[in-house]
Write a protein that binds this ligand. Structure first.
Ligand code: BEZ
Length: 390
């Protein structure tokens, strides 16, 4: 069951999805956007927020990008990598979409990236941080509006190491996102004088944390770094506090641990420090305006996932505006997407050669139902893009 139900706007869901002109000509008719996101399971809330953020941007521009109407096609990927190839092919082969937008889960995104590359379909990734997608699998077809798993992990490692913290343990789901987030943390932490003494994992999306928490209590590290998100993050943070561990061993992580989750986590999350490329209370005209519009449209507060969805639409707009909506001008379109300076609610960011945001990573602290800005953890952080040959 989703832990937070954004009052998803029926008015927006209906947007553009009603008329189909069949296979659109490359320069006329609606652009077909395939949204492949989790609408069920532990990441369901993340998927809904991304969709809502994307559609908000399109609505703000009269339902059009690059002068063309937008027609949506949707698939619930259930955050299940074993179904990912079949699911993405529903959008590529059955619906013949012009552009794919998805997804949240790194394992599912890797299958999407392969299918997008094989079929030369444009892919904009509004969350999944799989390092490989902007590493060895990098391609002109693929741009990310979010982060690489390495980025917020590395930033938190730097923060804890610079504080003089010496001994860390990590706890995470055992799949690409958890492993790469821990790898980033370890790199930043050990470069700054710390040591990771033990890595604990459990399979995605399990939430039976008790044995792991018993192990943390026995080891008594100075800090615990964890990657969890969505429903799993809610339960982990609550279980950690219920075990009394938060009184003696600070729990830190990438911002996913406390983003979009705070109403459900309540007292258990108060005071927690995390690192991410967004903070709720960034007091800029851009963020204030975005949060106001989002709350008005959906009767819920925006979070990082909504920002990433909104920015996925902005990146697509940068490409389509440059070619006046003509998809046949593919090279010009992808170059414009990559050269965009994205005026995001998170702050302006650019896109690396490998297709990943180059962005400030903030240190945030939970206060009430907000992840509040406490400073810039690492400025203009670029993913190392190891293995990208572009
Ligand atoms: C991932 O699988 O890449 C991911 C999922 C949720 C939040 C952040 C990253």
């Amino acid at each position: 069951m989703p832990f937070k139900t954004p009052i998803a706007a029926a008015a927006i869901v209906a947007l553009g999805a009603l008329t189909s002109f069949g296979a659109a000509a490359q320069g006329s008719g609606p652009i077909k956007v395939g949204l492949m996101l989790p609408f069920s399971g532990t990441y369901a809330s993340l998927g809904h927020m991304i969709e809502d953020g994307f559609k908000l941007y399109v609505q703000e521009h009269g339902g059009k990008i690059g002068g063309r109407d937008i027609e949506y096609f949707k698939v619930d990927d259930e955050s299940d990598p074993s179904k990912a190839t079949d699911n993405v092919n529903k959008l590529i082969k059955r619906d013949k979409v012009d552009v794919l937008v998805g997804t949240v889960h790194s394992g599912v995104a890797m299958a999407m990236a392969k299918a997008a590359n094989d079929s030369k379909t444009l892919l904009i990734i509004p969350n999944a941080g799989a390092d490989a997608i902007t590493g060895p699998m990098c391609s002109p077809n693929i741009v990310r509006s979010s982060f690489s798993n390495w980025q917020p992990g590395y930033a938190m490692g730097v923060v804890e190491g610079k504080k003089g913290v010496k001994k860390a343990m990590t706890v995470t789901w055992n799949y690409a996102a958890g492993a790469e987030s821990v790898k980033g943390f370890t790199e930043g932490f050990e470069k700054n004088g710390g040591t990771v003494v033990k890595n604990l994992t459990l399979p995605f999306p399990n939430v039976e944390f008790q044995a792991l928490l018993t192990e943390v209590a026995a080891q008594k590290p100075d800090v615990v770094y964890s990657f969890f998100a969505g429903g799993g993050a809610v339960k982990f943070v609550k279980d950690y506090a219920a075990a009394g561990l938060n009184k003696t061993i600070p729990l830190v992580g990438p911002g996913f641990l406390t983003d979009g989750t705070l109403e459900a986590q309540g007292a258990a999350a108060q005071g927690m420090l995390t690192t991410l490329h967004y903070a709720d209370n960034l007091d800029t005209p851009r963020n204030n305006q975005f949060r106001k519009s989002f709350a008005l449209a959906y009767k819920t507060n925006a979070d990082v996932y909504a920002v990433q969805g909104y920015d996925a639409a902005q990146i697509l707009a940068a490409g389509l505006n440059a070619v006046k909506g003509d998809l046949a001008k593919r090279d010009q379109l992808t170059t414009a997407m990559r050269n965009a300076v994205v005026d995001s609610p998170r702050g302006k960011f650019t896109i690396s050669k490998a297709g990943n945001p180059v962005q400030d990573v903030y240190l945030r602290q939970v206060t009430g139902i907000n992840n509040e800005f406490r400073g810039v953890a690492v400025k203009s952080l670029a993913d190392p893009a190891r293995g990208c040959k572009m």
